[in-house]
Write a protein that binds this ligand. Structure first.
Ligand code: SF4
Length: 281
């Protein structure tokens, strides 16, 4: 196998939003069906013998990765972080950021994830969607302000803003930048298009990655014939193979090939999935 692996755990298909392009068909009327912590633990343990990307990043997504907080299950994410950190990984939580509008929830979530980052002495990253489909800017502005203005959070939490390679996504990002500046934050744009947000009264800055390279591969819900996603990329993304483990015990390679895990070790499931890509080359 040539490509190293990116692993993503889809812990739920519940989401408080209902975006038209959603590849996962997530919705707040879906049953939450969180991946059990035992299953997550088993899969994470098995994955550490696999050929993971060198920076050891592992993503937790959905649906909305922080949904457990909205559904009265506040211990779920801290337990997920215990599992991921204990295995030596650095977690990224994929979110739409709407919880930023709820002052109580925002405080709890940011404090919980920062505490885990300190406990394991490794960063935690929030991947926040900012694009033409998510009407979430007020929540995102509150999250970013809390992180940047609180040293306890800014030492522990990184964030990455994620959108599509479209004019509308870039306009949403520019609009967010303007609105953040209106809250008094100073933002410098790097040559690569990322941001450095000045941390007030510290002389320091917080680096924010802006990931706007992906095309919109399909129309999500609008495309009735799709089964789970229609991305055709047998070589993986950015030189990595992406293995998603979902909350229905299925493994999905590069958003294209899907197999039930059926109690097999993950490396055997991956080997089986990889035969599809080998056959295509
Ligand atoms: S926020 Fe993300 S998971 Fe939720 S509906 Fe939109 S695209 Fe899907």
């Amino acid at each position: 196998m040539n490509n190293k692996l990116v692993i993503n755990f889809k812990i739920t298909n519940w989401c408080d939003l209902h975006c038209a392009h959603c590849c996962e068909r997530s919705h707040k009327h879906n049953k939450p069906n969180f991946m059990s912590l035992e299953k997550l633990d088993k899969y994470v343990s098995e994955s550490i013998t696999m050929d993971i990307r060198p920076d050891q990043l592992l993503t937790i997504g959905g649906g909305e990765a922080l949904a457990p907080y909205m559904l009265n299950n506040p211990t779920y994410i801290p337990n997920v972080l215990n599992t991921v950190y204990s295995a030596g990984y650095i977690p990224t939580l994929k979110t739409n950021g709407t919880w930023g509008n709820n002052n109580t929830l925002r405080k709890i979530i940011l404090s919980d994830i920062a505490k885990k980052a300190y406990q394991y002495d490794k960063l935690v990253t929030l991947d926040i969607s900012v694009d033409e489909f998510h009407n979430n800017q007020t929540g995102v502005i509150k999250i970013i302000n809390d992180i940047v203005r609180n040293p306890g959070l800014s030492f522990a939490i990184r964030f990455c803003l994620v959108g599509f390679n479209t004019t509308a996504s870039k306009a949403a990002l520019n609009d967010l930048q303007q609105q953040l500046q209106n809250t008094g934050l100073s933002i410098e744009q790097t040559f690569a298009g990322d941001w450095i947000i000045e941390i007030p009264n510290s002389g320091d800055g917080l680096y924010v990655y802006n990931d706007y390279g992906a095309p919109i591969y399909n129309l999500g819900r609008a495309k009735q014939t799709k089964t789970f996603t229609s991305t055709k990329n047998p070589n993986g993304n950015d030189g990595y193979n992406c293995l998603q483990i979902d909350n229905q015990d299925c493994a999905i390679l590069n958003y294209t090939y899907r197999e039930p895990i059926k109690n097999r070790p993950l490396n055997l499931v991956l080997q089986s999935l990889m035969t599809h890509t080998t056959n295509q080359r």
